[in-house]
Design a protein around this ligand. Structure first.
Ligand SMILES: [Zn+2]
Ligand SMILES: [Zn+2]
Length: 245
């Protein structure tokens, strides 16, 4: 009989556990295990997020044509180094998501030795077909894909992490991620006021897509304390200078 070993789910819920294990000190965190690789919740999330992507991508392009979030304010006097054209952000995000989905489809076709993807399709038709293909192969992708066990970090090749990343970016762009608790303390990595905790998440995450740092509540509290101590130190330093003057 083969020996069955439990696999820790590569999802973001085990981020704190992985970090604690990497430090190598005793901790009382227990991970969520996969069934067989991803846990039931991460599997269900991947299916839901993938199914929602076509509608989210459509909403992204509507932002560009109808400006449903209203005109962007506060651009007067702001210098930009990058030339922007109307709808550029929405175009870039659509390319990122649709391009990524097609790449994942091609990747799975190659790995499973299937026919190559039919070419010469409109973007909409390619997106619909890719969503169907990925949904049909999602179980395989979450279990047998060579990157299926990669932790869900930014830049992870894990298909579930990629789907979650596209979904997160699309929800942010269309301002649908409103079930967020905003933490008004600068991010320890990128220093922006972008720290948030989503409903049901056990960690605090940075919404800056170039950062996406994840913190446990303990790490967050440590960061706040360090920040408070630094500020206090800087303020007392200033006080000394003004006294001397
Ligand atoms: Zn999981
Ligand atoms: Zn950050």
């Amino acid at each position: 009989m083969p020996v069955t070993t439990l696999t820790v789910c590569p999802g973001r819920e085990n981020h704190a556990w992985r970090r604690a294990e990497a430090v190598g000190e005793p901790h009382d965190l227990s991970p969520r295990y996969g069934d067989p690789i991803h846990c039931a919740r991460c599997t269900a999330d991947a299916h839901r997020q993938l199914a929602e992507l076509p509608e989210l991508v459509a909403a992204i392009s509507l932002e560009a044509t109808h400006g449903s979030r209203g005109p962007k304010v506060g651009t007067i006097g702001r210098t930009t180094n990058v030339a922007a054209w109307p709808g550029q952000a929405s175009r870039l995000l659509t390319d990122h998501i649709v391009g990524g989905m097609l790449e994942l489809e091609d990747d799975i076709r190659e790995l499973r030795q299937l026919h190559t993807r039919p070419g010469r399709r409109t973007e909409g038709a390619a997106l619909t077909a890719a969503t169907r293909f990925l949904a049909a192969h999602l179980h395989w992708a979450l279990t047998n894909h060579p990157a299926a066990q990669e932790p869900h970090d930014r830049d992870s090749a894990n298909p579930a992490a990629q789907i979650a990343g596209w979904h997160r970016a699309a929800e942010r762009f269309t301002a649908r991620d409103n079930r967020l608790e905003h933490y008004r303390v600068p991010c320890p990595r990128c220093s922006l006021l972008t720290l948030c905790k989503a409903d049901g998440d056990e960690y605090i995450g940075c919404r800056n897509t170039a950062c996406e740092v994840l913190l446990t509540s303990t790490e967050y509290l440590d960061h706040v304390r360090t920040l408070a101590a630094t500020t206090h130190h800087e303020e007392s330093g200033l006080a000394k200078i003004s006294n001397a003057a």
